[in-house]
Each structure stands twice: as structure tokens, then as C-alpha cells.
Design a protein around this ligand. Structure first.
Ligand SMILES: Nc1ncnc2c1ncn2[C@@H]1O[C@H](COP(=O)(O)OP(=O)(O)OP(=O)(O)O)[C@@H](O)[C@H]1O
Ligand SMILES: [Mg+2]
Length: 254
């Protein structure tokens, strides 16, 4: 069944549990990620947002519960069987996770080569195209070590989208960027969703970006879903933690 034929959600997460050294981090998380829409995950530091994201492409395996990608439970898949699923899912990690011994261009080309692309002209063209998209045209010969934090983040974004995934996972895409770059990246995320019909999951503390991007918001606290619904519903929430989170933003803290 092709992506467009499948009417169900892109991801279905059911009763997902994870813990480290006996400390529960995800305590029964359930939600759907609708296809072609943007789901924003909010929550304080340590709420389990990054851990949750790492389960969506099988980078972490659940202790209990399940993750379905396009209707297929990925829990029991081998690393080999996960490969084609991971190719559909681009990830922008919180720390960038660039290969420091490879140039910017080689970093961006990496997923294309890994997917078996041997067309060097095509690869070069795509690398230039996505670097231009993130505002880094002509920077392909630089080594990651000489880049600013914001540039590293944008190279990671270019690498994540290079293989034209059907879905993008973004972990704090605007953290550490100046306000203009932050707005540019937020707009780029919105454009990619609109033009490519990308399914997107965005972890962020940035409520301005959340309001701009979200079709659906998930608020995570201590590994539990405290809210799942439209962004507007957060303002009417009587959950104390959610109210505090929103009002902290009004004071310019997040
Ligand atoms: N690989 C790991 N091993 C042990 N503990 C981990 C691991 N990954 C995450 N944790 C713990 O799980 C909890 C949730 O971490 P997570 O990174 O998901 O938080 P977060 O919501 O993304 O926070 P932040 O907003 O600061 O990025 C933390 O207490 C963290 O220390
Ligand atoms: Mg995190």
C-alpha cells in the first residue's frame, strides 16, 4: 500500500512505557500523529520529549506498549527491517549529531549514499539544493568543527531532508538560533509541510513556533500526556502545569 492510499495515522503510539535504571520516563503514552499534519510536543525539561521522539523511528525500543508506523508495529523489527522505515523518517536531533570528520557536504550527502544513491552529479545537486534551502549555500567544504551552533543545526536539517522523507522529526529545531534564524527555520518547517505534505513532529519550548506550526499539540509532563488537542485548547486548560508553562512564555522565559 502506498503512502497516499493509507488512510490511517502516520504514527500510532499506544501505552508506551520506558524507564532508565528503574526510573520511569514514559508512563503509558498514547496518541496518533495524523498524516500530513504537524504535531507539536511541549513539556518541561526532562519530561521525556526527546526519549519519546527516539521511539518513533525505532532508535529506542519500548519497555511496553507499541509504536506503529503506517499501521505496522515496529517493536519487533530487526535493525535491517527498520532501515526502509527509517528512510521515510528524517530526524533533526537536539544536538545536531553531525559527523565531525566529514565536511558539511559529505554530512548532507551521507543519507543519500547510505540509501544506495551512486549518481554523484545528482548527489551534488541535491546537497547544494538543500544547503541553499537552509541558508548555507556554498558552505559544503567547511568542517562541522568551525561552524556556529546555529549553522550546525541548519546542516543537520539539510541532512535530514536530503533524502526526501515522508515524515520529519524535529527536536528543538530553533533552540540556540537568533530570532531571525529561528523564524526562518519555523517558516521552513511550515513550508515543507505545506509543499511536500510532510508529516511532522516538532519538539519545542518555543510557544510562538508552536502556535504557528501546530495542527495538534501534545503536552507531556513526567512522561504522561496531560493534553492532546488543538493549540487553542491549551489556553483554556485548567491544568496547573500547563497554565504555568504558558504564562512563563508570556513573561519571555521560554
Ligand atoms: N539513554 C538514557 N539513559 C538514561 N537516562 C536517560 C536516557 N535518555 C534520557 N534519559 C532520562 O530520561 C529523562 C527524560 O529525558 P529527555 O531527554 O526525554 O527529556 P526532554 O523532555 O527532552 O528534556 P529537554 O527539554 O531538556 O530536552 C531524563 O531524566 C533523562 O535523564
Ligand atoms: Mg530533549
Amino acid at each position: 500500500m502506498s503512502v497516499s492510499d493509507n488512510p490511517g495515522p502516520f504514527f500510532r503510539i499506544e501505552a508506551l512505557r520506558q524507564s532508565f535504571d528503574g526510573h520511569p520516563v514514559l508512563r503509558g503514552v498514547s496518541f496518533d500523529v495524523p498524516r500530513g499534519k504537524t504535531t507539536v510536543i511541549l513539556g518541561g525539561s526532562g519530561a521525556g520529549k526527546s526519549v519519546l521522539l527516539k521511539h518513533l523511528n525505532g532508535l529506542m525500543r519500548p519497555l511496553a506498549g507499541s509504536v506503529q508506523v503506517e499501521g505496522n508495529d515496529i517493536n519487533d523489527l530487526s535493525e535491517r527491517d527498520l532501515t526502509p522505515i527509517r528512510r521515510q523518517i528524517g530526524v533533526l536531533f537536539q544536538d545536531g549529531a553531525l559527523f565531525d570528520s566529514l565536511t558539511v557536504g559529505e554530512n548532507v550527502a551521507f543519507p543519500l549514499r547510505e540509501a544506495g544513491d551512486r549518481n554523484e552529479d545528482g548527489i551534488r545537486y541535491r546537497v547544494n539544493e538543500v544547503l541553499e534551502l537552509v541558508g548555507l549555500k556554498g558552505q559544503e567544504w567547511k568542517m562541522p568543527g568551525v561552524l556556529s551552533g546555529g549553522m550546525r543545526k541548519r546542516v543537520s536539517l539539510a541532512r535530514a531532508i536530503a533524502g526526501r522523507p515522508a515524515c520529519m522529526l524535529y527536536d528543538e529545531p530553533t533552540a540556540g538560533l537568533d530570532p531571525i534564524l529561528s523564524e526562518n527555520i519555523t517558516r521552513l518547517i511550515a513550508e515543507m509541510k505545506d509543499e511536500l505534505r510532510l508529516t511532522s513532529v516538532v519538539v519545542t519550548h518555543h510557544l510562538g513556533a508552536m502556535r504557528f506550526l501546530a495542527d495538534q499539540v501534545l503536552f507531556l509532563k513526567h512522561g504522561e500526556v496531560r493534553y492532546c488537542g488543538p493549540a487553542a485548547g491549551l489556553d483554556d486548560s485548567d491544568d496547573r502545569e500547563i497554565r504555568e508553562f504558558i504564562s512563563a512564555d508570556a513573561m519571555g522565559r521560554t
